[in-house]
Design a protein around this ligand. Structure first.
Ligand code: ATP
Length: 377
């Protein structure tokens, strides 16, 4: 299989007025599964299409192992792509749909093609659908056919463009597991585009997060979740999202006070927390995830702050407690902690999980230049 390397890959549209992909460097190891995630319009599909050979880069290169394939036509690249809309021929049967790619890209005989398709169909649990036309199939079945067709071609690189968006939640979860199983079984290098951060977290060996065509961070899901390099990544990865508050840090860098808040609301930043970092006084954005916030139903005054409960949403295993701290400030409390709307509660931030972002650049202020560089390498 192939290692995929994107080297300063760039795509401009409309005479450079739109920069869809902005000098992207990304390496996907042989057999690795990388999800590319980001909000609508961040350049995910354009990147994937350049890897497939369907879009010509403005500059930069796409390499499979040590071969520069930038100039190689899509049909001559060892890739198979799976789309959101399945892209099946409506007038062809499942067998014909799955065999068609083989007819175009190999010199297999009709018998060999049928044998390969039957084998793939059995593996995908769709052998009894081989004589059906696409409009007789459910969405899940159609996507199984599209996947089977892609695998039958034995590609070196699998490209997925939001393949599960048209399926219901239960089927989506099932297909996620199935795609990962197939990818590992065949050892195919995979690039999977999605706008759904949860899908990206659960599927990829690593995630690559894009915003405005620029790579923000690459890393294993837990690494990105725990150590987001900037405010954008921190807010995009994780559900419910990280809470953000504008704070002022005092001149000796030991206390963060909520701006526009009650003067009593202060967070002592211990020496261990800021150890090794020069934290200058000034404005910052403080970030804390809902699960790193404790609720004290009988406040003692020693908590990080006190707040009024606005709404409590039970989700079974936990309670989501909305608090009157910011526009939307959420704590995730265990099921047995269930204050009522209007209650005054104590709120404790787990200090080791507090993030501080530069108010202007959004960068995590405790990361060194080397750590910031490593985050996109
Ligand atoms: P989505 O999740 O909505 O599909 P995306 O992250 O895949 O978004 P792209 O489709 O790659 O984003 O688009 C990136 C940017 O490039 C967008 O601003 C889009 O409008 C623009 N763009 C994409 N294709 C073209 C095109 N053919 N001509 C002009 N602009 C384009």
């Amino acid at each position: 299989m192939a290692r995929v390397t994107l080297d300063t890959l760039r795509k401009e549209f409309d005479r450079g007025t739109i920069v869809a992909v902005d000098d992207l460097d990304l390496e996907i190891d042989d057999g690795e599964f990388v999800t590319v995630v980001g909000p609508s319009g961040c350049g995910k599909t354009t990147t994937l299409r350049m890897v497939a050979g369907l879009e010509e880069p403005t500059s930069g290169t796409v390499n499979f192992d040590d071969e520069d394939v930038t100039e190689i036509h899509a049909t001559d690249r060892p890739v198979a792509m799976v789309f959101q809309n399945y892209a099946l021929y409506p007038h062809k049967t499942v067998m014909e749909n799955m065999a068609f790619g083989l007819k175009m890209s190999t010199d297999m005989t009709v018998e060999e093609r049928h044998e390969r398709v039957t084998e793939m169909a059995e593996m995908m649990g769709i052998a009894d659908l081989l004589d059906d036309k696409p409009d007789e199939l459910s969405g899940g079945q159609k996507q199984r056919v599209a996947l089977g067709r892609a695998i039958a071609r034995e590609p070196e690189v699998f490209l997925f463009d939001e393949p599960l968006s048209n399926l219901d939640a239960k089927l989506r979860t099932e297909m996620r597991a199935e795609i990962q199983k197939l990818q590992k079984e065949f050892g195919v290098t995979a690039m999977y585009v999605t706008h759904d951060q949860e899908e990206a977290m659960t599927m990829g060996d690593r995630l690559a997060i894009l915003n405005d065509g620029k790579l923000q961070q690459v890393g294993e899901p837990t690494e990105v979740y725990e150590n987001p390099v900037n405010e954008f990544v921190a807010g995009f990865i994780g559900s419910p999202s990280m809470n953000f508050i504008d704070v002022d840090v005092d001149t000796d860098g030991t206390t963060a006070t909520i701006r526009d808040g009650d003067a009593g609301l202060a967070l002592a930043l211990s020496r261990e927390y800021v150890a090794g970092h020069e934290l200058e006084g000034g404005p910052y954005t403080l970030g804390i995830r809902p699960e790193n916030i404790g609720i004290v139903e009988e406040p003692t005054g020693d908590e990080t702050l006190t707040a009024t409960v606005e709404v409590v949403e039970p989700i079974g295993s936990d309670n989501y407690v909305h608090l009157s701290v910011n526009d939307d400030f959420l704590a995730r409390a265990p099921a047995n902690v269930k204050p009522e709307a209007g209650d005054e509660v104590g709120v404790v931030f787990e200090e080791e999980h507090v993030h501080l972002f530069d108010a202007e650049t959004g960068e995590d202020v405790f990361l060194t230049d080397e750590e910031v560089e490593a985050a996109v390498a």
